[in-house]
Design a protein. Structure first.
Lengths: 56, 245
């Protein structure tokens, strides 16, 4: 337990090191989410367009 | 004959299918490399003899900063290819880069600030490399803003392509700023000719992060590119084929 606390403390640099990692991981997660959402929306829009074309 | 592959890359259905095939491979490669980079950077590599554990920020700072330049180069080269050879797919590639480049650049500035706090004694310094990296962030944001402000896609493509090509002058300035001017930043220790000045147990996780970020960017770019092609090629017959595949 003491070892884990010491590790998380990062030699006194915890308040710099961990926020840096959190920012980057959050940014990566956001980019993955936005890219997948863009594709999902574009596919849904294309399917709708094809359905309208098929009806007309 | 030798240029067949290049001509194929101008075909939206070919690129769409290629992107769909490559994306999961790139995503898994990125996940593996970044996972090794994170474990290596946070656990395996030893503390720095001067900066102690604080230097571990390098494993997220340096790759994001490097990627911010690479993403801009991809955007500028795609823009140039699109203007010179009038390839619509290249315009779509450039259009996908803006928001990702802005994210990498913002991350580079934020993590650099967090590193500068304890090491330089300040979160912000008007250092040449930081200034021009901030300019790069404005370039990406300006590109995204300009593109979204123009309704006509073809007009937006042409104007944004010119903006991206003109702005490429900032990339060598950022890269060489540490050599041209007095800077708080150190000169290159990994991306340089000859032997890197980092010990190998620190270097391998860092290289893994560099490659992992590049693969991640590839996967994200191809995902966004598929969305962009579906939106642009509204009336194309190939869309029915790929959606029902």
């Amino acid at each position: 337990m003491a070892g884990l606390t010491e590790y998380l403390d990062m030699g006194g640099y915890a308040r710099y090191v961990w926020p840096a990692y959190i920012i980057v991981i959050a940014a990566i997660a956001l980019n993955i989410f936005l890219a997948r959402r863009a594709l999902k929306r574009a596919r849904a829009a294309a399917v709708r367009r094809l359905a309208i074309k098929g009806d007309s | 004959m030798a240029w067949t592959w290049f001509h194929k890359l101008g075909s939206p259905p070919y690129v769409y299918k290629l992107a769909a095939t490559l994306t999961p491979w790139l995503a898994w490669i990125a996940a593996a490399l970044i996972a090794y980079g994170l474990i290596g950077g946070l656990v395996i590599s030893p503390a720095d003899y001067q900066q102690g554990e604080g230097y571990r920020i390098v494993y997220v700072h340096a790759p994001t900063a490097w990627m911010s330049l690479q993403v801009y180069m991809v955007m500028a080269v795609a823009s140039a290819v699109a203007l010179i050879w009038r390839i619509k797919v290249a315009h779509a590639v450039a259009a996908c880069c803006g928001i990702m480049g802005a994210t990498f650049t913002a991350c580079a500035l934020a993590t650099g600030s967090l590193w500068g706090g304890p090491m330089w004694g300040t979160y912000w310094e008007w250092d040449p490399r930081i200034i021009f990296e901030l300019v790069l962030l404005f370039q990406f944001l300006g590109y995204v803003g300009l593109r979204s402000a123009i309704d006509d896609t073809q007009r937006a493509d042409r104007i944004c392509a010119l903006l991206a090509i003109v702005g490429v002058v900032n990339i060598p300035i950022i890269h060489f700023s540490v050599e041209w001017w007095n800077s708080l930043h150190q000169t290159a220790s990994v991306m340089k000719l000859g032997k890197p000045t980092m010990p190998l147990d620190m270097l391998f996780p860092l290289l893994s992060m560099f490659l992992g970020y590049a693969a991640l960017f590839g996967a994200l770019l191809l995902t966004r590119l598929r969305a962009e092609l579906l939106s642009r090629e509204r009336s194309a017959t190939w869309i029915r084929e790929v959606l029902h595949a």
